[in-house]
Design a protein around this ligand. Structure first.
Ligand SMILES: [Zn+2]
Ligand SMILES: [Zn+2]
Length: 400
């Protein structure tokens, strides 16, 4: 049988462009994500549902991938109109239930921006941007939490919940099988063309890069034929998309290390400016958030340390945030981050050891003169130190 997934693209001028909602019609008429809470988006959703022969009032269930307003905004309204059960991971459920902004989150954000050294004028600019779009989080929702591994009936199929934290603490994917092939709705875990923000998109996530890369590994192991993302088009080659995103994070961590080799100490805002330049709107949060996430990765790997506060200097440096420096300045420019992190097993901690030729195997590839391209099962000779992303045309993006 074919699984009838109805992709609904909804306008969103606030964050990240268009949003996807997905309709699974059948025994349990289900929406996966719902778009922002504006009258225009609701009208678009209703029109698309009508085309598919479904009305808002006939929605039985809403499955949410994560708490961001562009995925959850209309859930409260639809629940009020239809009595639909709304489900999300417990780690994100409270934020969705109470509306996506709260005093507690405001306070956490303010504290974090201070620690990062974000200038007061930029903090004000961010707050007024967020206030302007405060309404898109929508009405309060009654949530019935999902748990990792749980099976949920949706449309005429069964979905299995995959907890994939990183972009947010409670981000989940919903996986299904059809004719022995695997598929999944993945929200913002992987997106085509650009990478989801890690570090600024949910300030509660600890060790954001490690947490996220572990989730990418898990998604890889699901071996999906294709996945349905929260924005833009279906990803027909999730394995190579995962690889490209992982490579991107390794390269960004390397750049961050390189920035730190050029200054005695730096705070997050300074590092962020070196990586991303001038920032506006939501990027005032997302830019330093991402810089912070990569900085934490280097701190946890023992390459960078937090500089203890010097109270005298503090009076003159009042406007700066917490300072970071290289643990061993002598090593400046000598650390190849990818090698260092893979040798210290940083990327892999908490994950089972990979078998030869399975997804994730590449992080251990230096241990053997051959490595197996797990994407298309080619076996390549390992030429230590020599090059070439995609040298064999198999999409591996791997350096030997
Ligand atoms: Zn998101
Ligand atoms: Zn999104």
């Amino acid at each position: 049988m074919t699984v009838d997934v109805h992709q609904i693209q909804l306008g969103n001028a606030v964050f990240e462009g268009e949003n996807n909602a997905y309709l699974l019609d059948g025994d349990v008429t289900t929406l996966i994500d719902v778009g922002i809470a504006t009258a225009e988006t609701r009208a678009e959703l209703e029109a698309e549902l009508t085309t598919a022969g479904v009305s808002i009032s006939s929605i039985d269930q809403i499955l949410l991938t994560h708490w961001h307003a562009d995925h959850t905004g209309l859930a409260g309204e639809i629940q009020a109109a239809s009595g639909a059960t709304v489900r999300a991971h417990a780690d994100d459920a409270d934020i969705i239930a109470t509306g996506t902004d709260s005093t507690k989150r405001h306070e956490m954000r303010r504290q974090r921006l201070e620690e990062w050294g974000v200038p007061a004028a930029k903090q004000d600019e961010l707050v007024s941007f967020l206030d302007r779009f405060g309404g898109i989080g929508g009405e309060a929702v009654d949530i019935n939490p999902v748990t990792d591994g749980e099976t949920i009936s949706a449309g005429d199929i069964e979905l299995t919940v995959m907890h994939l934290p990183g972009h947010t603490a409670g981000h989940v994917g919903y996986q299904y099988e059809n004719q022995s092939n695997q598929f999944a709705f993945v929200g913002d875990v992987i997106l085509p063309e650009y990478t989801p923000n890690i570090g600024g998109a949910d300030l509660r996530v600890e060790s954001p890069i490690k947490t996220y890369l572990n989730s990418l590994d898990r998604l890889s192991r699901a071996e999906c034929e294709y996945v349905w993302p929260g924005h833009r088009e279906r990803i027909t080659d999730p394995a190579s998309r995962v690889n490209a995103i992982r490579t991107h994070h390794i390269e960004r961590t390397q750049r961050l290390y390189d920035v730190l080799t050029e200054c005695d100490t730096a705070d997050v805002w300074r590092v962020s400016a070196a990586l991303f330049g001038e920032l506006e709107t939501i990027h005032i949060l997302h830019g330093p958030g991402e810089a912070f996430a990569h900085l934490m990765c280097l701190v946890e790997a023992g390459i960078v340390e937090h500089v203890e506060k010097d109270t005298k200097a503090e009076t003159t440096q009042k406007k700066q945030g917490q300072q970071y420096q290289l643990v061993d300045p002598e090593s400046a420019n000598n650390i190849e981050i990818e090698t260092f992190l893979s040798e210290t097993k940083y990327w892999n901690s908490g994950i089972k050891k990979y078998e030869y030729g399975t997804p994730g195997y590449w992080t251990n590839r230096h241990r053997t003169p051959y490595w197996n391209c797990w994407w298309r099962s080619y076996i390549h000779e390992c030429h230590q130190g020599s090059i070439a992303p995609d040298r064999w045309g198999c999409g591996c993006n791997i350096w030997c």
